[in-house]
Write a new protein. Structure first.
Length: 329
């Protein structure tokens, strides 16, 4: 080969390497329903920053909070087509599509947030993520969570009897709707960003909510009775579009998987660490606080479990076993 030919081949190889690298560089987008000051959103920003650093500036992540890209059902559709790259989503919308995930919402599956944290890190929970590419068109990188669910209401509530007939705001998904239907309440599905106004204008009498959201979104300004029941855990899931994932190099998959998972774990730790302090903050706000334990919900729990044993296709039994292990740890 002549010198000139050799040079031409070398230049062509170099150009092809550069093109490949450039093609892999990506400006990712992640969607969330939580407001800009919520831990999930702040974590998405931290994850983006680290992704940019660790990829030496090759990848960037634009964060779209507060339903800017649509509600979770709409974001799931975008994830399935590849129009959206990533999401930090409540498990609620996933459970509407893959009912196995509804088992995480079994009432009183765990007793407290520490057990919820252990359950979400369990082998059983991790194994369920394997269902997602085929059934939902997304890759489940890992779980995080918000706080345990409580009831904030305009009038005092001590247990299921007092919730009967009340319009209670729920996150839009089946397992929680079944829970409040069994109680005899009128569950009213509303996404998180719509809740404050609905409470202010009397569209709902009560909220199914966690301590953190009650404080961060100031729901206590509009309802001053809090029933602490810890009746449900509230998982979040970090997902990547299956279509986008398929186009990533192994190296990028590894980077995203590792970084996103580490940030999701931090969310779990933050919620577990702040739960007691947030309970104190709410008590200090002079709300009327009552406490309700599993015993007053026994009837409702049995009916819910009978329904979801079948609906969740065996996942309820699996997660109940995992929850027992979490309680024993
Ligand atoms: C809710 O729908 O209640 C909710 C959603 C995301 C984070 C926290 C709460």
């Amino acid at each position: 080969m002549t010198f000139l030919k050799k040079m031409a081949v070398t230049v062509a190889i170099a150009a092809s390497i550069l093109t490949t690298t450039a093609a892999q560089a990506k400006d990712f987008r992640i969607g969330l329903i939580t407001p800009p000051n919520h831990i999930w959103t702040l974590t998405a920003q931290e994850f983006g920053k680290e992704l940019e650093e660790k990829s030496s500036g090759k990848h960037k992540l634009a964060v779209f909070p507060a339903q800017q890209l649509g509600n979770e059902a709409q974001m799931m559709q975008q994830l399935q087509t590849g129009a959206l790259d990533m999401g930090f989503l409540t498990l609620a919308e996933i459970s509407n599509r893959v009912p196995e995930f509804g088992a995480f919402y079994a009432p009183f599956l765990v007793d407290n947030i520490d057990q919820a944290a252990k359950l979400l890190k369990s082998e059983e929970a991790t194994k369920l993520l394997g269902e997602l590419p085929a059934k939902a068109g997304v890759v489940g990188v890992g779980y995080a969570m918000a706080g345990m669910r409580q009831v904030l209401s305009r009038s005092a509530v001590k247990g299921p009897e007092d919730i009967k007939g009340k319009k209670i705001r729920i996150t839009p998904f089946e397992p929680i709707k079944d829970f409040y239907n069994e109680i005899g309440a009128a569950p009213t599905p509303l996404p998180l960003p719509a809740v404050y106004d609905a409470l202010a204008n009397g569209q709902v009498d009560a909220l199914d909510m966690d301590f953190d959201s009650i404080l961060v979104l100031k729901f206590y300004e509009r309802a001053d009775n809090l029933m602490i029941s810890n009746h449900m855990m509230f998982p979040m899931i970090g997902v990547v579009s299956g279509k986008v994932w398929a186009q990533l190099s192994d190296e990028d998959k590894q980077l995203i998987q590792t970084l996103m998972k580490a940030h999701l774990d931090k969310v779990i730790e933050k919620f577990a660490a702040q739960e007691k302090d947030q309970e104190k903050q709410l008590r200090d706000l002079k709300l009327t606080v009552t406490e309700a334990d599993r015993a007053v919900f026994n009837d409702v729990v049995s009916k819910w479990e009978a329904m979801w044993k079948e609906k969740s296709k065996g996942a309820l039994d699996t997660l109940k076993q995992a929850a027992e292990k979490a309680k024993a740890q």
